[in-house]
Write a protein that binds this ligand. Structure first.
Ligand code: IVH
Length: 673
């Protein structure tokens, strides 16, 4: 029991500390997922050990502790929080409980609203004039931010229209547009050399700024989602929806997306619609809020200590999850780079099961200070690639084993060397390291290189194992009797491979350069080099300066190319491939006509987001083939921004500086000639 009590105490202490950073200082030091995880751990422990629950436990409180710089205000009645659900079942349970209370003959309307991701405030109007505004604070007492609220343009200082009650309280969310947040951060970085981490924190910091003039400059927005009249008018307006509409007619901002739903089908449609739309909105939402529309029914249902029983936050799936690190594998890449990969207990993020994530390099392992069995926070960056965001340090086991980067190659035991400029650690054994040999051969004969149909990784691995092949050139000397000796290769398949071997010799300069697998020389760089040098000899004799002078080729890649052709065995292999194996290409290939037919010819293009029909690389290649230049950042010189799903800040930047924005659908029609 004492060890459980210690565990609970430790969790409480940590959670309270994190809450202080989040609510009071507006500087969260852990992610929402990590916070939710710790709170759930505490809930679980407390629910199994009810005697240990104390009134000051974070599970029993509503909100934050107060910042001392603002005077305290006691709310007329508590500003509650909302119960959360992340899935349809949670929503069904909520609805089931409500339906029990409903008079069969009465309509069971629900009011569906967006869950705005900002800061809750309360504003009091007396005789239609704003007299007081407060933050939620700890739910019972908030901070007096009247002077600051008066600076927010969308908050009316005086209500308009008739029937205005003697006293009116409105509650709602203060938030910042994503586009304004980006602008603010740019200025903030210059003046303070730090960033706000998200629009919510920027809004919180701006609303609670000691100087209300700063609040005025920061372009905050208010949206009202609840109101209380304290007078007879309450009896006339019997639903939540009509009350909000009444507020709107008095000049208070109410979100236009609010709808009434009479069935769970409509509620779920609303949820799905905004789950899809959320990335296209210029403000953050983290779910929808479903509220019982009838005020009479709301009163019947009542509230518990933290939240009302008549409302629920139906939250969008968080793109962050916690798992447990089981081991780290150090993988040897094609060019000898050692990449650590974290393997963890499988988890589902945005509907996809993931169990591993790249840790990129030594510095990332050091940043995370990873230990075996650590609880780690995983996200899918850009909603696609799994990434280890952080470690839940409070959950670390005693005597846990620290992850250390190996000194020797895990495949061939050659001493690893660090290249500080490239920030990578490499095994320099080249084709004598089995891992590199296999990958180099896979690459040489892969689709974008000198493609051999039928010569997949399994066959290549077997050819290496049987010592038929050691380097790419050996493939050109293979005979069908060698191939027939392999597993699963019959006469038919060996003929197919042999035919493809002779066909792959007819290639392009670009594909040939790409096939060599020089570090950093991908498709785009290969294309640039091929277009620049046209002839192989010129490329082989180029010095670093010349290579570096080509647009898009930096010092590191220039060095890699130069180093590659400085090694005699590499030059010999290249010459042998051409002179003996018979690899060749036409100098003038490709149709100029096709290139000039689309609007992308000679244009600067930036891509953002994830595309449904193409990988990033494929799309870049298509556009380059059409004569476009791809850049990474949006600037005034950008001609088009092409966006896919889950696009990032580039979208808003392009919108702000009026760059033409093209969706994937539009792109498809534009590139069809
Ligand atoms: S109603 C008693 N409606 O979500 C119910 N809250 O997690 C009070 N929020 O503190 C809240 N959008 O800051 C309500 N349409 C909406 C909302 C909303 C955002 C915030 C609000 C609240 C928090 C609860």
């Amino acid at each position: 029991m004492t060890s459980i009590k210690n565990k609970i105490d430790k969790l409480r202490k940590n959670i309270l500390n994190y809450e202080h950073f989040y609510h009071t200082l507006d500087q969260p030091i852990i992610s929402d997922a990590e916070y939710d995880y710790l709170l759930h751990q505490l809930y679980n422990l407390e629910s199994k050990n009810k005697k240990l629950i104390t009134s000051d436990s974070p599970t029993q409180k509503i909100g934050s502790n107060l910042l001392t710089k603002f005077k305290k205000i006691t709310h007329f009645f508590p500003m509650l929080s909302l119960e959360n659900t992340f899935d349809v079942n949670g929503y069904f349970n909520f609805e089931k409980k409500i339906v029990k209370f409903i008079d069969i003959n009465k309509s069971k309307d629900f009011c569906c609203e967006l869950k705005l991701d900002g800061i809750a405030i309360s504003i009091i109007y007396e005789e239609g004039v704003l007299v007081r505004a407060a933050t939620r604070g700890n739910g019972f007492q908030g901070e007096n931010i009247t002077a600051n609220a008066r600076m927010i343009q969308s908050i009316p200082l005086k209500l308009k229209g008739t029937n205005i009650p003697k006293r009116l309280e409105v509650r709602g969310e203060v938030f910042m547009l994503k586009s304004d947040f980006l602008q603010l951060n740019k200025k903030y970085k210059i003046n303070h050399n730090k960033y706000f981490s998200n629009p919510r924190n920027a809004a919180a910091g701006s609303l609670r700024h000691i100087n209300p003039k700063i609040t005025a400059e920061r372009k905050l927005i208010f949206s009202c989602y609840a109101c209380y009249f304290f007078t007879e008018i309450e009896k006339e307006l019997t639903t939540h929806y009509t009350r909000l509409m009444q507020c709107s007619s008095w000049g208070l901002p109410v979100d236009k997306n609010i709808i009434l739903c009479s069935s769970h089908i409509e509620v779920i449609d609303f949820y799905k619609k905004f789950e899809k739309k959320r990335n296209f909105l210029d403000f953050d939402i983290d779910g929808i809020v479903v509220k019982v529309n009838s005020i009479e029914l709301q009163k019947k249902l009542g509230c518990n200590t933290k939240s009302p029983r008549w409302a629920i936050a139906f939250k969008f799936f968080s793109a962050e999850r916690i798992s447990v690190l089981r081991y780290v594998k150090f993988e040897v890449g094609r060019t000898g780079v050692i990449t650590p990969v974290a393997y963890f207990d499988p988890i589902c993020i945005s509907g996809v099961l993931i169990k591993k994530a790249s840790l990129y390099n030594k510095h990332e392992i050091e940043r995370l200070n990873l230990h075996i069995n650590d609880s780690i926070i995983i996200c899918r960056s850009g909603d696609v690639i799994p990434k280890v965001l952080n470690v839940v340090k409070t959950m670390r086991y005693k005597n846990a084993k620290k992850i250390v980067f190996p000194v020797l190659c895990p495949v061939c035991s050659t001493k690893l060397l660090e290249n500080s400029e490239e920030k990578v650690i490499r095994c320099h054994a080249g084709l004598t390291c089995d891992a590199q040999k296999k990958k180099a051969l896979h690459h040489f004969f892969s689709k974008k290189s000198l493609y051999i149909n039928g010569l997949g990784p399994k066959i290549i691995d077997e050819l290496i194992k049987k010592e038929f092949v050691n380097k790419p050139i050996d493939v050109f000397y293979l005979k069908d009797i060698d191939l027939i000796k392999l597993k699963n290769v019959g006469m038919k398949k060996s003929i197919k491979i042999m035919n493809s071997i002779s066909q792959c010799k007819n290639t392009t300069f670009k594909c040939f350069i790409y096939a060599l697998g020089i570090p950093g020389v991908g498709e785009i760089v290969s294309e640039k080099i091929a277009n620049y040098f046209i002839k192989l000899d010129k490329l082989m004799n180029a010095d670093i300066l010349k290579l570096n002078s080509i647009e898009g080729i930096g010092k590191i890649i220039a060095n890699n190319i130069f180093n590659y052709f400085s090694i005699v065995s590499n030059c010999d292999m290249v010459r042998e491939l051409i002179k003996k194996a018979g690899v060749f290409w036409d100098v003038q290939r490709g149709s100029e006509l096709k290139i000039k037919q689309t609007i992308f010819f000679n244009k600067k293009i930036v891509l953002t987001g994830v595309f449904s029909n193409y990988s990033r690389i494929e799309l870049e290649k298509i556009l380059i083939d059409l004569g476009a230049n791809i850049s990474t950042n949006v600037s005034k010189k950008t001609d088009f921004l092409i966006y896919g799903k889950s696009f990032g800040s580039k979208f808003y930047k392009a919108k702000n500086i009026r760059i033409r924005i093209i969706s994937e659908k539009e792109l498809n029609s534009l590139i069809q000639i």
